[in-house]
Design a protein around this ligand. Structure first.
Ligand SMILES: [Zn+2]
Length: 148
């Protein structure tokens, strides 16, 4: 911010200072701020008999900006079970508690969402030949990821 060479007027701020501040703040690009509050929803799940229902599966996938099929494939593999997408829910064979689901979703985020270079979640997965890459829209990094 430029300093004017004017005489100090007591302890009061120069006229327009607050307006200038406000303007400066409004000019901070909103790009990159949109994920400041990137928060993965807590899994809402319940065990029903021998199955586990993850109610907010779709919501989680939307926040992660990932293909539900990809997320499901990862979870099913890690849990060594089968899962079926049913509208916004997913139904897993077997009994799994919320902590297990949370841990796996966190691992998914770490491995398939967060850019390993700048640690931001503004990424997408690109398939090239037989390789998968995590492309970061924030810093442009291209990191190999393991296939699910
Ligand atoms: Zn990055």
């Amino acid at each position: 911010m430029r300093r004017s060479g004017g005489e100090p007027k007591g302890s009061s701020l120069p006229i327009g200072y607050e307006e200038m501040l406000e303007e400066a703040y409004s000019k901070i690009p909103s790009i990159g701020l949109k994920h400041e509050r990137f928060e993965v929803p807590e899994p809402q799940s319940a065990i029903m008999g021998s199955r586990t229902i993850l109610f907010n599966f779709k919501e989680i996938c939307e926040v992660l900006n990932r293909d539900p099929v990809h997320v499901l494939r990862f979870l099913s593999k890690e849990m060594a079970t089968a899962g079926t997408i049913d509208d916004s829910r997913v139904i897993f064979q077997g009994r799994f508690d919320q902590d297990t689901l949370k841990r796996l979703i966190d691992r998914y985020v770490r491995d398939f969402v967060m850019c390993p270079v700048c640690k931001r979640p503004d990424t997408r997965i690109m398939k090239e030949k037989r390789l998968h890459f995590l492309i970061c829209d924030a810093c442009g990094a291209r990191s190999p990821v393991r296939p699910v």
